[in-house]
Design a protein around this ligand. Structure first.
Ligand code: SF4
Length: 331
């Protein structure tokens, strides 16, 4: 579906679920840092989206949002190259969300595979809310408020973007061609398992955070789940089914990685040996981020100023879009 049309503005938001972990970095942030030099870019922290699953514990969201912005800056997001903003500070998202919700058929939202999946997970926690089913409409508003026409996504997120494209087509058909259909910018999102082998996630308690100290990272990696076939040191294993090896594929260069794979298959090394090799390469990757983070935290006023400027710039663009939207609809 990636179109050959020229992309004029990239827009992407990350949900304010807490400090960023290496799964976020590999799947989202690394791509943002690359894209900011190529296109005018708007990158936001979606704190309203966090409320869909955290409305009962909303107090921590503001702090999480700030922590995420510090993480983003530590990872190399540059406020001179991208507009960094907070979703809830730009009220136009809410207005556009409301207007788009008027034209979005319920069936489109009910058949959304992510909604069905989340619903199963969240049923027990009483999260069957209007906000949850309307989530993709807010996502569409997040992009269209800036007339974003390029959205960085992994292949698995294509259904979300398709919904945004459908909503865009419907708006244009009803009220005139105000928006370009956002196109996907397919980005690499390697498999990043958590320490228990499941997908890395704060809610599973299996995440390695960008802000973890070297000691904390080691404490998490040492007991990490491995190929269950390696019951004892003498049992050979298969690196292709081991979560530790998935991390090796991202952080360890070919030669030491192949050494680990061969040692695993022949039971020539133990899992701790293998994990120490991973740490030898994971720690140097995290160290500069940790250091930059510490530097940033020394000047909180600078962070305030970056957020303020980003919000102002985002608000200016979104306000202009909403003026056009109101005029197109005639309200
Ligand atoms: Fe996993 Fe390494 Fe142990 Fe093999 S040796 S099971 S790849 S941790």
């Amino acid at each position: 579906m990636e179109e050959k049309t020229k992309i004029t503005r990239v827009v992407s938001l990350i949900r304010a679920t807490g400090r960023l972990h290496i799964g976020h970095y590999e799947g989202v942030i690394k791509n943002w840092v690359e894209l900011q030099g190529k296109y005018p870019s708007f990158f936001g922290v979606a704190d309203w989206h966090a409320l869909t699953s955290r409305y009962e514990e909303s107090k921590g969201i503001a702090q999480d949002t700030r922590e995420i912005i510090v993480d983003l800056l530590a990872c190399g997001l540059d406020p001179k190259k991208s507009t960094i903003f907070i979703q809830s500070q730009i009220k136009e998202h809410a207005e556009l969300y409301l207007l788009l919700s008027m034209i979005t058929p319920l069936g489109w939202l009910e058949r959304n595979p992510t909604y069905k999946e989340q619903l199963r997970e969240l049923e027990e926690r009483g999260l069957q809310t209007y906000g949850l089913i309307g989530y993709p409409v807010l996502q569409a508003a997040d992009v269209l408020a800036y007339k974003g026409d390029g959205v960085p996504i992994g292949q698995d997120q294509l259904p979300h973007l398709e919904l945004t494209r459908e909503i865009t087509r419907r708006f244009n058909k009803l009220y005139g061609n105000l928006f370009k259909e956002p196109t996907p910018i397919f980005t690499a999102s390697p498999k990043v398992p958590g320490t228990d082998g499941r997908k890395m996630s704060k809610s599973y308690g299996n995440a390695i955070y960008l802000s973890d100290s070297a000691g904390e990272v080691e404490k998490k990696v040492r007991p990490m789940k491995t190929d269950i076939a390696r019951i004892t040191r003498k049992d050979p294993g298969n690196p292709e089914v081991c979560p530790v090896f998935d991390l090796h594929k991202i952080y360890t260069p070919d030669e030491p990685r192949e050494w680990c794979a061969a040692g695993c298959r022949t039971a020539g090394i133990g899992c701790i040996d293998c994990k120490m090799v991973l740490l030898d390469h994971l720690q140097p990757f995290l160290e500069p981020i940790r250091e930059k983070r510490k530097e940033i935290l020394k000047t909180p006023k600078k962070v305030d100023a970056i957020i303020h400027q980003g919000n102002e710039k985002a608000a200016e663009v979104a306000a202009k879009t909403l003026t056009e939207v109101r005029s197109a609809i005639g309200v």
